[in-house]
Design a protein around this ligand. Structure first.
Ligand SMILES: [Fe+2]
Ligand SMILES: [Fe+2]
Length: 474
């Protein structure tokens, strides 16, 4: 029996040996880490909708990148060209968009650029119902004093993926910012070294730590990114995509430019009027109140963002930044519409629920007596501050169910279920409060000066991104 088991194990290992995923043990991961494949930074971002995928990877040489994509059922092969841009690190970022994908179909693909041809990866397109993993603050971190820090933290992330995949057949990763701690290219390569980042759709929001460098600008390949901005942060813009019956709007909350966010959301909603659910993902949280010295920041965030959520009828907002889990009450016009509680079910909410999840590599362990509670917003907290958290979100036809886990337990410590019978998006029974364009304008002016400050800081660090680029481009 032992011999049979050993043979079966070795066959399983041979199948998955090239790119370890959740089945990897640390020693295998360490061996894989030193290969070019691990360091190629291949990532599969969502496309504009389920008929598309956006692929990105790094190469040492410049050339026209190609993705060779195969329909595994028919055997049809297509080669899709993309474009290549030089990064600040001196290598090249390759971007290819796959279009015309069929529903409920499995594809394999390879990334090809000059002398490099990647291993084969697979992904499947889906119909209306799907599941996602929502995490935040993955914080892959370079550390001058520890050459293995990126490798080990990348491994930690694979272990969270392992847990999530054991719970559900997830096809989308939602990551609410601070993927990297210093915004370095090697940190993004660590983030994307697992097979899952190449086979699931990996949607990322830009966090304040991602904005410490410029690598995020080259790392991302996102759909429907807002092209023209009055002002925005220099490495990313807002973008949207549709999956199933959900419109995801991924916002750059580093930018306080309310006018730009307003234009973006208006256009995104207008283009997707018939989509039932509207979900926002962004980095900064609005209500957590858990870290008292950040309360002034969250109050400012509320002034800009809460009216946008009201006007565009956002159902759910996924955030991070505080590294403490919380779920808001249903909020509208800066007031509590209805209260939430542990394991609650909300029917046809007439407002927005905002969530914060905990960090993957930097769970906090603050002295409880130093922490605050935002009792005015009635938010719930858990006792999971020092644990590694992840959430499985099941997007059904009439429900969104969020099950929140820590990696040390197989049972969720909280669930949140939103039910909506109305097929139209937004909250139709609500009349949006008057929009304060003056506040949005103040935010846009603030962002102008904030960008000058970031430009100066980067220049001091030896990175000159160009004055006008810092102010106006992504
Ligand atoms: Fe963070
Ligand atoms: Fe943050």
């Amino acid at each position: 029996m032992k011999k049979i088991a050993a043979v079966l194990l070795s066959i399983c290992f041979a199948i998955t040996a090239f790119v370890p995923s959740y089945a990897a043990v640390s020693e295998e991961w360490n061996e894989y880490w030193n290969t070019y494949e691990a360091q190629s930074g291949i990532v599969c971002f969502p496309g504009a909708d389920e008929t598309q995928r956006n692929i990105s990877w790094y190469s040492e040489a410049e050339g026209t990148p190609l993705v060779e994509v195969t329909n595994t059922a028919t055997g049809d092969v297509e080669k899709v060209e993309g474009y290549c841009i030089k990064t600040y690190d001196g290598d090249f970022a390759n971007k290819v968009t796959l279009t015309g994908l069929q529903p409920d179909t499995t594809y394999s693909y390879k990334c090809i650029s000059r002398d490099y041809e990647s291993q084969s990866y697979t992904f499947s397109t889906e119909a209306e119902v799907f599941s996602a993993m929502y995490v935040t603050d993955i914080h892959i971190s370079h550390d001058d004093g520890n050459p293995d820090s990126i490798r080990d933290q990348s491994y930690n992330f694979t272990q969270v993926l392992k847990k999530a995949e054991s719970k559900s057949n997830i096809s989308l990763i939602l990551s609410a910012g601070d993927q990297a701690s210093e915004g370095r290219e090697d940190e993004y390569k660590g983030l994307t070294a697992s097979r899952e980042s190449r086979e699931l759709s990996f949607a990322t929001a830009v966090g304040n730590h991602d904005r410490k460098g410029v690598a995020y600008k080259y790392f991302k390949n996102v759909p429907n990114e807002q092209k023209v901005n009055i002002n925005s942060s220099y490495i990313s813009g807002d973008y949207w995509f549709v999956k199933g019956d959900v419109l995801f709007m991924v916002m750059d909350s580093n930018s306080g430019s309310g006018l730009d966010h307003h234009i973006f959301m208006k256009n995104a909603v207008k283009a997707n009027k018939d989509i039932r659910w509207r979900v926002v993902m962004m980095h900064h949280d609005l209500y957590s109140g858990r870290i008292p010295h950040r309360e002034s920041e969250t109050k400012l965030m509320r002034i800009i963002w809460a009216p946008l959520f009201d006007e565009f009828g956002i159902d759910l907002v996924l955030t991070g930044h505080s590294h403490y889990y919380s779920v808001s009450d249903v909020m509208y016009n800066n007031r509590i519409v209805s209260e939430t509680s542990k394991d609650c079910v909300i029917n046809n909410a007439e407002g927005t629920v905002c969530m914060v999840s905990g960090s993957i590599n930097r769970p906090r362990n603050d002295d409880e007596s130093t922490l605050g509670l935002n009792d005015t917003a009635g938010y719930i907290y858990d006792e999971q501050g020092d644990k590694i958290l992840y959430n499985i979100i099941d997007f059904g036809k009439e429900t969104i169910k969020v099950s929140s886990y820590s990696t040390d337990s197989d049972d969720p410590f909280n669930t949140l279920t939103l039910c909506k019978t109305d097929k139209n998006g937004g909250h139709p029974s609500k009349i949006a409060p008057p929009q304060n364009i003056f506040i949005y304008t103040i935010g846009t002016i603030y962002q102008f000066f904030n960008n000058i400050s970031v430009y100066s800081r980067l220049k001091d660090d030896g990175i000159d991104i160009g004055f006008f680029q810092a102010l106006f481009s992504r």
